[in-house]
Design a protein around this ligand. Structure first.
Ligand code: FE2
Length: 379
């Protein structure tokens, strides 16, 4: 099975299609990052909405980390002040995830957060009812895939909760490469590496299928070929990686992700999401390849697409790309004492993460602990 709810509009200057997309709606609310305001894309978007004869409101400066607190703070404004009949998220994955969660509680005020959120793979949340307010996502970074995915990850009291329902997948995604060209090199690197991890993990889960494979492979090949140039600011490379990010999002919307993401989510306190994934990926691949013939076969298939042969080759390719892009070890991001204090808890939580169920190998908590240690010392 393969599905995609989101209509995708891509191309230079495609932000202007917002005019057509909002036609017929009365009150549009745009939620934007500070960076999109600073670079003028928020006011450009507001103009396009006005051109359609639609009233427009905006909230800029959403925090970099989506949290339940932010959603609770903004909800009364949506209900009493703006009362939008269409939402637009303009920014990185965090802005899009926050907007998705806002949509849930705006449309279904009777819900309470704890009862619909996945805390780990053993929790059984209540299903989210049908939601009404449409959502347009305009990503400004090239990584998270949130513009097509059916999930929103939110933090509450140090714990990451996951809301998953097809109803929060955006109705439209506008991919205008001018936006990700504003990313600083480090953000381009970290988010681009996340795309590679999405592709490789989605290709190797136990629910991967031919259509998700096609999206995953194209995303992997694009990152491998174009990410180094994109990091250096090449305009064409930025556009290619931007589209690849959404392709990888479509792959994992269907095929899900695996142990690397389970581990990076629990290590989120150490550094940026994409960077953590890039650090962990070769260790997780080695682990999977050692234990599963299926994983070895799938890694080898990816290797051949890139002009290599075996699973081992692919692991080398990943390590070399990390080296070329100066990806550090975990030990360079956090001091040993702090890391060791949290290690057991991280391993236990990663073991309980929902994504472990899709990994080609079911790991034991001790094995996850070992992988964290290897990534810490850069072995
Ligand atoms: Fe990711």
């Amino acid at each position: 099975m393969f599905w995609l709810k989101t209509k995708i509009i891509e191309g230079e200057g495609s932000l202007k299609t917002l005019s057509e997309e909002v036609r017929g709606y009365e009150r549009v609310l745009i939620l934007a990052s500070n960076s999109m305001k600073r670079h003028g894309f928020l006011s450009e978007a507001e103009d396009y909405v006005r051109e359609a004869g639609t009233e427009v409101f905006s909230i800029a400066g959403l925090p970099a980390e989506p949290s339940v607190e932010t959603v609770e703070e903004l909800l009364p404004k949506l209900r009493e002040e703006f009362q939008p009949d269409l939402l637009v998220a303009l920014g990185g994955g965090s802005v899009i995830d926050t907007t998705k969660a806002l949509k849930v509680f705006y449309d279904a005020p009777e819900l309470n957060f704890e009862e619909i959120a996945f805390i780990d793979r053993f929790s059984k949340p209540k299903p989210v009812p049908k939601l009404r307010t449409p959502l347009i996502a305009v990503p400004s970074t090239s990584g998270a895939g949130s513009e097509v995915s059916a999930a929103s990850v939110l933090k509450k009291g140090g714990i990451k909760y996951n809301i998953v329902t097809p109803d929060i997948a955006p109705d439209v995604a506008i991919l205008d490469p001018r936006l990700p060209r504003t990313m600083p090199p480090e953000v381009a690197r970290n988010s681009g590496l996340d795309v590679l991890v999405h592709g490789i993990e989605a290709y190797t889960t136990n629910v991967a299928g031919p259509f998700s494979d096609a999206m995953a492979i194209r995303a992997i090949k694009t990152v491998y070929r174009w990410l180094p140039l994109s990091v250096r600011g090449d305009e064409d490379a930025r556009a290619r990686v931007h589209y690849a990010a959404t392709m990888a999002g479509i792959a994992f919307l269907n095929a899900r992700l695996g142990l690397c993401h389970a581990m990076s989510h629990k290590a989120a306190w150490i550094g940026p999401h994409g960077l953590l994934n890039a650090i962990l990926l070769p260790y997780v691949m080695e682990f999977n390849a050692n234990k599963s013939e299926y994983a070895r076969k799938r890694y080898a298939e990816i290797a051949r697409e890139l002009g290599f042969k075996t699973a081992k080759d692919l692991i080398e390719v990943v390590k070399e790309l990390n080296e070329m892009l100066s990806v550090p070890s975990l030990g360079e991001l956090v001091d040993e004492e702090t890391f060791m204090e949290k290690l057991d808890e991280m391993a236990e939580k990663a073991y309980r993460d929902g994504l472990v169920a899709f990994n080609p190998v079911e790991p034991k908590p001790e094995e996850i602990r070992e992988l964290y240690l290897k990534a810490f010392y850069g072995e």
